[in-house]
Design a protein around this ligand. Structure first.
Ligand SMILES: Cc1cc2nc3c(=O)[nH]c(=O)nc-3n(C[C@H](O)[C@H](O)[C@H](O)COP(=O)(O)OP(=O)(O)OC[C@H]3O[C@@H](n4cnc5c(N)ncnc54)[C@H](O)[C@@H]3O)c2cc1C
Length: 644
């Protein structure tokens, strides 16, 4: 099968407008004859479900939490980008496009990224109209701050709770449609498979998480808005429930998986403190607007700090290395995440790390507190400072925060074309669940932008083109594919419940996470990846022999839920390693030890790797097949990224 990304021809700035005009339409009276399934009601899913219902389609929406308000999107802190240029500081749609392509290390599609920048301005208007309380300046205008990889201030924010406020906006729009009878909402319901009829996605199989009931649901199209898979690493900043199950089961039904090894490791997280943890906490990138990142100049000083022979506040200015400001004077502390993360790791590898474990660097607000005053800093970041204080028992107004990179986001996901359709007809992926527009590294505040662009402004146009083509004939729910897929789901559940070994599912998850972090994290090598492949393979075999899954299907059973998700993570982990092995270049945050410059910087290989890797599942325990979507750059010149 050859991949067709369906990127429209013509000048960059006209692609989306022309495409919208060329797409087929469903007339208003016919829209109500179509059913659309939306799995996931985070920002991407809630915005899509509300918009499609508003258009007149009948929507069935699903989430595994007790309310759409609990989607992981609620955790987003820092902000959302938009090329409004309210600051008059040189921003434009083109600049946002350019920054995003460059930030992604030239591994994203030009057409998609330009569209994203173009609709970014509409998102802010839409959200303001919904009542999202973005921060405002004294004069009443919307305020902006800066995020990594940009030299302009284009990030809109609501204190440190931007995701929550945006989600409340989308949730209100969704509720309006639930009330109008256009959306039927299924909470506490987990999708476990996609039903494919004659090559088209026409339904899903779900498990009611309260009573275990397995059901089928039909629709003319299925949208997966099911979030990212960072929890494959066990420890991440993602919500504990985030998983890959929906995307993975779709992958096994024919949807190619794009760039699975692309993971974002965020530089400013609270460091790991021991093996008791099941979750890590992000300290928003917005903090790097005012916080300065540094480490002691020598390993000896770091030792003294760690032994308590020296207090951090006593360390002289000349003994501090503000390494990001030193190495990247143009962008300073606001270099993109991959660059900041790699540099923090280098410091730790040199023995200059701080904190009890020595695996951390400082993020220091002393200078901004003395310049702006503590109240001004509190007004901007108060809730983040409180969170840090509560978790570490250290007061960041008095001592620098300790931070270290942690898994945060996945740029990989289901491969989609320009219309957001996967390689299965009628099956779409939106938000973090698709392989997205961020290439090998996502810039801060761009995930919310992409999820809402997909849901509010892209899918409402593109889905009509497909639906108009297939026509409004009701889906044949008697088709044997529905019963057969349901049977397969039940068999898998029974297989999981038959596991009565002596090792908990959490133990397997933790082991998988350690392997992934060690060999498929910030630094990767052929040797390490080959080792990881064997380790994961054995771990997976062991899981199906020695794991223990408690309880029954016909009850609320978190042990069973987790088991299904970890089983999928184990399979995904192997694919991620295969993808990383194949990509013999350093790009984004993925540093291949074999591919570095003489100065030890990441070295991309545009000649051989300027493509999207899309993997096709064949059968259990069979190697997946790699398809390459070559990336064409007509507007941006590929260069080695520089933030100096
Ligand atoms: C701590 C943190 C802070 C962040 N801050 C920012 C920020 O400031 N700016 C920014 O741009 N980005 C930020 N991000 C990234 C951003 O929050 C996410 O990428 C984005 O919210 C994902 O939205 P989504 O709608 O794609 O998925 P989610 O919000 O994860 O929603 C997934 C939905 O799918 C449902 N679901 C999943 N699987 C199934 C299934 N099998 N069956 C049924 N339902 C299912 C869930 O119930 C949920 O409703 C942050 C991320 C983290 C971890």
């Amino acid at each position: 099968m050859s991949l067709d990304a369906k990127i429209p021809a013509g000048p960059l700035a006209e692609k989306w407008s022309k495409h919208k005009f060329n797409l087929k339409l469903v007339n208003p009276a016919n829209k109500r004859k179509y059913d659309v399934i939306v799995v996931g009601t985070g920002l991407a899913g809630a915005s899509a479900a509300a918009s499609l219902a508003e258009l007149g389609y009948n929507v069935k929406a699903f989430c595994f939490q007790d309310s759409p308000r609990r989607a992981h999107s609620i955790a987003a802190q820092g902000g959302i980008n938009a090329a409004k240029n309210y600051r008059n500081d040189g921003d434009s749609v083109y600049r946002l496009f350019y920054d995003t392509i460059k930030g992604g290390d030239y591994r994203a599609r030009e057409g998609n990224v330009y569209r994203l920048a173009e609709v970014s301005v509409n998102i802010i208007d839409q959200c303001v109209a919904q009542g999202v309380p973005f921060a405002r300046e004294y004069g009443g205008l919307l305020d902006n701050r800066s995020f990594g990889g940009a030299q302009v201030s284009r990030t809109f924010y609501a204190r440190g709770q931007t995701g929550q406020q945006l989600l409340l906006g989308a949730y209100s729009a969704l509720n309006r449609q639930i009330n109008a009878g256009k959306v039927k909402m299924y909470t506490r319901t987990e999708m476990l498979d996609v039903v494919i009829v004659d090559g088209k996605a026409q339904g899903i199989v779900t498990r009611n998480l309260k009573d275990g009931k397995i059901e089928t649901h039909s629709g003319h199209a299925v949208l997966l808005c099911t979030g990212g898979y960072g929890n494959v690493f066990y420890l991440s900043t993602n919500a504990m429930g985030c998983n890959v199950t929906a995307a993975w089961r779709a992958h096994k039904r024919g949807a190619f998986f794009g760039n699975p090894c692309y993971t974002q490791i965020h530089p400013t997280c609270i460091p790991v403190t021991g093996d008791h943890q099941s979750k890590l906490t992000l300290m928003s990138e917005s903090l790097r607007n005012d916080g300065r990142v540094w480490a002691p100049k020598t390993a000896e000083l770091s030792q003294k700090l760690r032994k308590g022979e020296l207090k951090v506040t006593d360390l002289k200015e000349e003994d501090r290395d503000y390494f990001l400001e030193r190495k990247y004077p143009s962008f300073g502390n606001l270099v993109p995440r991959d660059v900041a993360s790699r540099n923090a790791k280098e410091i730790v590898d040199e023995g200059r790390g701080v904190g009890g474990s020595g695996v951390a660097v400082y993020l220091d607000f002393a200078e901004s507190i003395s310049r702006l005053g503590e109240d001004a800093v509190r007004a901007k970041y108060g809730n983040l400072f409180d969170m840090y204080y509560q978790i570490t028992d250290e007061n960041p107004y008095e001592v620098p925060m300790r931070i270290y990179p942690a898994v945060h986001y996945t740029m990989g996901g289901l491969w989609v074309d320009y219309n957001l359709m996967t390689t299965v007809q009628g099956l779409y992926a939106l938000g973090e669940a698709n392989f997205s527009d961020h290439g090998a590294n996502r810039l801060g505040a761009s995930a919310l932008m992409q999820g809402l662009a997909d849901g509010y402004f892209v899918i409402p146009y593109t889905i009509g083109d497909y639906l108009a083509t297939i026509g409004p004939k009701p889906v044949d729910t008697k088709h044997p594919a529905f019963e057969q897929t349901k049977k397969e789901v039940e068999e898998r559940i029974n297989k999981l419940l038959s596991l009565k070994g002596n090792k908990t599912v959490d133990e397997y998850h933790r082991e998988l996470g350690l392997i992934m972090w060690e060999y498929c994290g910030m630094a990767r090598s052929e040797e390490g990846l080959k080792k990881a492949k064997g380790l994961i393979h054995n771990l997976r075999a062991d899981f199906w022999k020695n794991a223990i899954v408690l309880g029954e299907n016909e009850e609320f059973n978190s042990s069973l839920e987790k088991a299904g998700r970890v089983a999928d993570f184990l399979e995904l982990g192997e694919l991620m390693v295969d993808d990383a092995l194949m990509r013999q270049e350093s790009c984004g945050g993925h540093f291949r030890l074999e591919s570095q410059t003489e100065e030890g910087e990441a070295k991309r290989d545009d000649e051989n790797f300027a493509f999207v890797a899309a993997w096709e599942y064949k059968a259990d325990n069979q190697p997946e097949v790699l398809h390459k979507e070559e990336l064409v750059f007509e507007n941006v010149h590929l260069t080695q990224r520089s933030y100096k």
